[in-house]
Design a protein around this ligand. Structure first.
Ligand code: UD1
Length: 420
């Protein structure tokens, strides 16, 4: 198992190029199941979750090859409709094959994703919506067994709660269903919007994109010819590096970024006193001597993302005063609190709310990554902690950050990878 070692040092300086968004690439890969012929995906991030998803598609019978800057995926000869436990247990987002497999083949089996480090993470809303469209779903031996004896039919689906992958599953199913679906309370995350744009580019009629309510005209089983698609920049990776600059009092330029997807994050950083130069696909963050405290409540897009909560908690340890951070989406997503405390952070936890008192001098120590974004928060803290910080279990980090050590060392961080 690998760990990351960081020796806290002075300000960083330079540029970081942002990779493709993992959470946009995953539904794009799932949507290739709906395609006829090759699909060329560009800007696919080289991270573990993407490798796992490609492995899952291969196990179903797809092929993939790299041709220049294209990742060409072909699902013409799929010969299995089962997503096995071995894969699903390593990556919950495997559930994204459920909608497209069912829509294309009228039958599939997907291992039921269990709980995970950040909470229970049920998929009941995915199943309920597909049932409304005509699916018959049973749970057998830990597998979701879905069939559509009379095909999938367009319906009005009202999500009780906004779910990102749930919306994506239903959108993909609706694209091949018979008739028009209306999805109310649909997720508006840029990753969901890009999936819809991919389907639109293949001729699927979708109305209301980017709003709470979309309508999709299904193709009644006709497979899609999908033009080349370029994965949008990763807003969470970008936000993490903005926090790296803010915590280390650095000037940093991000390239290949989409600032419009970062409005909530930029607003919170501005409240903390940081300033920006923002272009169409670049942005520079400038440091502030004294960070102001901030209050954060995580919520669905366009609100403040839960995937940035841990990184802001690391940052809040350096603010002059008390910050209050409330996690509203996942019941167990505050496990980084005790690890940040090991580094000397002053954080009080009550229920889902963390009260962070700063500024405090962090001291390097051994800490353990508990989930993907918590890992990056520990790296951020390590950048400014006195002495050596070793972040263990960084396989979490490798799931979603492309070449993190290289990107940070290129701007002057003292960061290396070691083996336990
Ligand atoms: C996606 C993202 C993840 C992000 C999360 C919230 C991917 C691959 N992952 O996860 O990085 O942190 O959105 O922005 O895109 N819920 C139910 N029943 C369901 C489904 C969800 O109650 O059937 C609840 C969840 O417990 C949670 C909330 O809905 O409280 C939002 O979860 P959801 O949007 O589904 O998260 P994911 O799609 O798994």
């Amino acid at each position: 198992m690998d760990f990351i070692e960081i020796v806290g040092n002075g300000p960083l300086h330079g540029e970081i190029s942002i990779s493709g968004a993992k959470n946009a690439a995953l539904p794009i890969l799932a949507a290739t199941i709906l395609a006829k012929g090759n699909v060329c995906v560009k800007n696919l991030p080289d991270v573990k979750d993407i490798k796992t998803f490609l492995k899952l598609l291969d196990l179903l019978g797809s092929t993939h090859e790299e041709v220049g800057d294209c990742f060409v995926i072909n699902t013409t000869n799929l010969n299995s409709t089962t997503a096995t436990y071995d894969i699903v247990k390593t990556m919950r987002a495997s559930i994204l094959v459920l909608g497209p497999l069912l829509a294309r083949f009228g039958e599939c089996r997907v291992s039921l994703p269990g709980g995970c480090a950040i909470g229970q993470r049920p998929v009941g809303l995915h199943l309920k919506a597909l049932e409304q469209m005509g699916a018959v779903i049973t749970i057998e031996n830990g597998y979701i067994h879905a069939t559509a004896p009379k095909g999938l039919h367009g319906k009005v689906i009202v999500f009780d709660k906004i779910t990102v992958t749930g919306s994506e599953n239903v959108i993909m199913a609706a694209a091949l269903a018979k008739g028009t679906s209306k999805i109310v309370n649909v997720a508006k995350e840029p990753e969901v919007v890009q999936l819809c744009q991919m389907l639109q580019s293949a001729g699927v009629v979708i109305r209301g994109l980017g709003s709470d309510e979309i309508e999709i005209e299904g193709t009644d089983g006709r497979l899609l010819e999908i033009p080349d698609i370029t994965v949008i920049p990763d807003r969470i990776e970008a936000g993490t590096y903005l926090c790296a600059a803010a915590i280390s009092k650095s000037t940093l330029t991000l390239k290949k970024v989409q600032p419009l997807h970062l409005e909530a994050v930029i607003q919170k950083l501005e409240e903390m006193g940081l300033s920006f130069d923002i272009g169409s696909d670049t942005m520079t963050i400038y440091p502030v001597e004294k960070l102001k405290p901030v209050d954060i409540v995580t919520t669905e897009y366009p609100g403040f993302p839960t995937d940035m909560q841990a990184q802001f908690m690391a940052l809040a340890t350096q603010a002059e005063g008390v910050s209050v951070i409330e996690e509203r989406l996942f019941e167990n997503r505050l496990m980084h609190v005790s690890e940040l405390q090991r580094l000397g952070a002053k954080i009080k936890l009550k229920g889902h709310t963390a009260t962070v008192t700063g500024p405090c001098e962090l001291q390097g120590s051994d800490v353990m990554a508990t989930d993907l974004r918590a890992s990056s928060a520990l790296v951020l803290a390590g950048l400014i902690a006195k002495g050596i910080t070793r972040v263990h279990r960084i396989y979490h980090l490798d799931r979603g950050y492309e070449r993190l050590e290289e990107k940070l060392s290129n701007i002057g961080a003292n960061i290396t990878r070691g083996k336990e």
